[in-house]
Design a protein around this ligand. Structure first.
Ligand code: ANZ
Ligand code: ZN
Length: 718
């Protein structure tokens, strides 16, 4: 047997798998379907860093195991390629963003392929491909048709550096999420999607999906439902979640820029007393009615305000019933989604403005509305899209009356394409519809979706909204797009910081593969720590996984031991452990049990073929290339990835003999081997008669013997 050399085998098997198409899902199959999904990457100019593949490898392990379990597995990939970095690069270099996207995505593709991830490349999609965005535009028109897309003059968050309007979700601590510049407010006509119409469904249906509690909590929080009452204090209406405290309301506050007394008084409808009306910043203008009743006795912020301005505080007051005053209402913090961007590199919004007919949807037969070629991608300071200055594109005929009309020049936000991409994968070539009914009925919903925590209130909420709307109008078969969601932790650089080009701490997987091979990189990324936790990269730690793979390689001998490994506790328990760990994404503990098992086999100096084959199968999802190579050397002609996942025998999981520790007054004095059917009395006798134990019992009185089955015998002496 030759030495382990990943260079000789990895590329070879990747090409072979491409050739056989064994990683591709079929749309018609007798097998049950399984749909694994990762968040498709934005193909940046910097290429892949070692953090990108962590979720790909994790879901690859799930997907490969499912194939071995007999599923027809859909595990697709594509490119979420509209967006600012490409556009900004195009502005700087004058290069066409289409060319930039093509270059970047082919580099990403090369890199991902070299990792041996079992993606179905036959379904590769790209959100910037007109064949794709035709359907993004078509779906937008469905929202328009059903009154869920509308135009409104909105105060928007404006980033003066990126020259782009931002959704609330894209503003972090008053700063642009992308570049960190302080955000300004501007008034602009914007296209809006009415996600608020789905607030209740998005909230309720969280009960029906398998998401981590922290993901659910953050969606609930973002939707921000509260039940309260609208109560009129003369002509000022307030919103409160505590109408029962109305007798304690001693002042009223309306939203304002600074604390100030307006000079006005209104009547408290419960006490009939005149109370002062104040303005203050702590009352938000866009929540509730923008006015509150001040109940200092029960609300902390009101108390601080009352003390500061010497307002009356009553601590003893009558409690009102929830229903006594006013209308009961439900409020949500969720706001409608600003769906316009005044930029070039996005899907044109397929609407034509006619003086006579107003906003007219582009007819389906004229889709896609192609992005025109332009010379200048620079956004304008007036806030208009660069498309607005291309007269030949802007000026068109009204589809309704044929009169002079102008195209909408806003484009969609970069969240558009990712709001429905999981549907397109089911039927990516379809030119008649976004996906056929058959494909949708067979593959939907996604069975398991892994992605980052940072997308919980953006992409995850948006795509649930799109899917729910499409379900309601009968276009998709399930209301929820994803059955199960998990999140991975990010890989930090060796210095514990986030990997970034500007910090110069980025690790390129190409280099790691060159030095150690893709299988070692994969095993290392799964072994380095708990999958859902952030963890720092360590170059030095790659050696361990590499040695482990070499050990597995060396165990491959033609002289198989026929040694009867009795009831083979080890093999059955490693199968059980790895099978369960994979389902729980405890990839690190799965790898470590495989390492321990390999050491056991090596030390024993005799391995049966059954044991070795089970080891290769269990390792196959983690190290697909080397296990495939070794499987072939055992004389198999089929792929290891097409063999059945190993089963374990429950009855063999109980060891016939167990080693127990014997303690005398808490100190370990001996180890005894007992058989699994020995009873407590027999074990006690065995312990007391052991030579290493009995010498500690001379001349003392044994007070108590405690047997903890399978573990310890504790002898207490006086
Ligand atoms: C009286 C009161 C008494 C209140 C009390 C709370 C406790 P959530 O649960 O977040 O919906 N509120 C209403 N509108 C507001 C606004 N525009 N800006 C700031 N605060 C506002 O909170 C609802 C509560 O927040 C409301 O109930 C109101 O104060 C305040 F012991 O009314 B409460
Ligand atoms: Zn018209």
């Amino acid at each position: 047997m030759k030495e382990y050399d990943p260079k000789e085998i990895e590329k070879k098997w990747q090409d072979k798998w491409d050739e056989t198409g064994q990683n591709n899902a079929t749309n018609i199959s007798d097998k049950p379907k399984w749909y694994s999904l990762i968040e498709f990457p934005y193909p940046s100019g910097d290429g892949l860093h070692v953090g990108h593949p962590r979720p790909y490898i994790g879901m690859d392990i799930i997907s490969r195991k499912r194939r071995m379990e007999g599923f027809n597995v859909l595990y697709p990939i594509g490119w979420d390629a509209f967006g600012l970095p490409t556009e900004n690069y195009a502005i700087k270099t004058g290069k066409d963003p289409r060319v930039v996207t093509e270059e970047n995505s082919s580099n990403f593709k090369r890199q991902i392929k070299s990792l041996g991830v079992s993606f179905d490349w036959s379904r590769e999609i790209n959100t910037t491909d007109p064949k794709y965005y035709k359907w993004t535009q078509w779906l937008f028109l469905k929202f328009l048709e059903h009154g869920l897309a509308y135009k409104a003059k909105m105060p928007i968050n404006w980033c003066p550096k990126d020259k782009i309007g931002l959704a609330n979700e894209e503003v972090v601590d008053g700063k642009c999420e992308r570049c960190g510049t302080e955000v300004e407010m501007r008034e602009k006509e914007q296209w809006m999607l009415k996600i608020t119409a789905y607030a209740e469904k998005l909230l309720q249906d969280l009960e029906t999906v398998d998401y981590p509690e922290r993901v659910k909590a953050s969606q609930r929080n973002w939707i921000g439902k509260s039940e309260g009452a609208l109560i009129k204090f003369d002509d000022i209406e307030i919103y409160t979640t505590r109408p029962d405290t109305i007798y304690g309301a001693t002042f009223l506050v309306v939203s304002g820029k600074e604390d100030k007394f307006t000079g006005r008084y209104v009547t408290n409808p419960a006490t009939k007393e005149k109370i002062p009306v104040w303005e203050a910043e702590y009352v938000l203008s866009d929540y509730g009615t923008g006015a509150i009743m001040g109940v200092p006795a029960d609300d902390e912020r009101d108390m601080i305000f009352a003390k500061k301005h010497d307002l009356p505080i009553v601590t003893e007051y009558k409690k009102a019933g929830f229903e006594d005053f006013g209308k009961k209402v439900i409020k949500y913090k969720l706001r409608d989604w600003i769906f316009s961007r005044q930029r070039y590199w996005g899907e044109p919004i397929p609407v034509i403005h006619c003086v006579e007919c107003g906003a007219v949807p582009v007819p389906e037969s004229d889709l896609p509305v192609l992005l025109p070629e332009v010379k200048n991608y620079q956004p304008t300071d007036t806030g208009e899209s660069p498309l607005a200055i291309i007269d030949s594109w802007v000026n068109t005929k009204c589809p309704k009356c044929g009169g002079e009309a102008k195209r909408e020049t806003d484009t969609m936000p970069n969240w558009a394409g990712s709001s429905w991409y999981f549907l397109r994968y089911m039927d990516p070539e379809n030119s008649e519809s976004f996906a056929s009914k058959d494909a949708l009925n067979y593959f939907a919903p996604v069975d398991w979706y892994n992605g980052g925590m940072e997308h919980t209130t953006l992409h995850l909420l948006y795509s649930r909204f799109w899917n729910k709307f499409l379900f309601d109008i009968g276009l998709v078969p399930t209301s929820e797009p994803y059955k199960k969601r998990t999140s991975h932790g990010i890989i930090l650089a060796g210095d514990g910081e986030k990997m970034s080009k500007s910090r110069g701490n980025v690790v390129n997987p190409d280099k790691v593969i060159e030095q150690f091979g893709a299988d070692t990189l994969r095993v290392y990324e799964m072994f380095m720590g708990p999958f859902e936790q952030a963890i720092a990269w360590s170059e030095a730690s790659l050696v361990g996984p590499r040695r482990f793979l070499e050990k597995v390689w060396r165990l491959n001998s033609s002289a198989w031991s026929d040694l009867s490994v009795d009831d083979n506790f080890e093999m059955n328990s490693v199968i059980k452990k790895v099978s369960e760990d994979i389902e729980n994404m405890s990839f690190n503990t799965a790898v470590s049990s495989l390492m321990i098992y390999t050491n056991t086999l090596e030390k024993r100096g005799g391995v049966t073929k059954d044991e070795y084959e089970a080891l290769l199968k269990l390792l196959a999802p983690f190290a697909p290339h080397m296990t495939e190579e070794l499987w072939g050397t055992l004389g198999h002609s089929e792929s290891v990835h097409a063999t059945p996942w190993p089963a374990y025998d429950e009855s063999k999981l109980i060891k016939s003999e167990i080693t127990m520790v014997v303690q005398v007054n808490g100190k370990v004095r001996a180890q005894i081997v007992v058989s699994k059917d020995q009873n407590q009395d027999e074990i006690e006798k065995l312990a007391l008669s052991n030579a290493d134990v009995s010498k500690w019992l001379e001349g003392v009185e044994v007070k108590k013997v405690i047997v903890i089955p399978g573990k310890v015998v504790n002898i207490v002496v006086a």
